[in-house]
Design a protein around this ligand. Sequence first.
Ligand code: NAP
Length: 322
Amino acid sequence: MTQHKEVVIVGSGPAGLTAAIYTARANLSPVVIEGEPSSTSDQPGGQLMLTTEIENFPGFIDGIMGPELMSNFRSQAERFGASYHTAKVTKIDLSNRPFQIWTSDSNSADPDYSAEAVIISTGARSLMLDLEEEVRLIGHGLSTCATCDGFFFRDLDIAVVGGGDSAMEEAIFLTKFAKSVTIIHRRKELRASKIMQDRAFANPKIHFQWNSVVTKLHGDTQLEGITLSDTTTNQESRLDIKGLFVAIGHVPNTDVFLGQLDMDQNGYIVTRDGTHTNVDGVFACGDVQDHTYRQAITAAGSGCMAAIDVERWLEAKHHQAV
Ligand code: NAP
């Protein structure tokens, strides 16, 4: 049976759960369609479920574990009346209000929800190397975020995979902490902009491993090294490192909204006037609309903005209806 809601929130990372806290406190009884457990970063709780310690989220002097932080967000929203649906949105119709939403639990042609307003906070996922050890070692030497984890690699030898601007930026940032940073790139030429290349080349702590791909990660509970394969000779070599940062790009989780919302060339949802999308009543927050900052705190901040935008939008609609 279709349930009608004032607000449906799609996605349960810091953006979605902050939107849930604020809309629940505004008595809007939001439901959060939180995703389904999977080994990748588009799972309930988002990318922080794959991190270990978070030391830069304000308010936690001694840091907090990523999953614990998300569990706190979740309970806080629940306390004010948010509810959760552990499923993925499989189809959404934003062409008319109320909007119609189907999930992976739908067992009829009817939508699971109809909603006056929708907040999209489905996040983005880091592209990974598709090595079987990744699931075990993510957060244990393997990372996708230098800003989040660089501090843990003081005076250690580490590496960054990728040849784009992100890889250069991460590598340069990591030289503040690490003893050495090896950039591993699958070709001999970088994709990064000239200015970023020049900065990386000029940094004495950065070394380059050209024409190389990572084929294996070593270490049971903590990364200890990697196997590299030379793309021109197929020769394998081992590199002993304590940290590996994967910086080969991100993909926003926007497939289900394709053709219905304005997106940029990389598939990120375009927002304006705060968190408004091009469809009246649909709002977007967090990494799904931000490829610049990508931090838990900025995602949470934009989740708060989306909740306030929704509240004001609903209020304006109710006034119009009276
Ligand atoms: P990107 O430009 O798409 O670069 C991805 C890099 O990863 C490429 O060098 C690519 O190699 C490599 N790669 C992709 N898949 C791989 C795989 N499976 N194994 C090994 N290597 C792989 O992504 P990005 O660096 O994240 O940048 C995304 C966008 O944001 C770009 O437009 C960039 O300019 C922008 N950005 C700008 C800044 C800045 O200006 N400060 C900072 C960050 C990002 P190939 O080169 O061989 O394809």
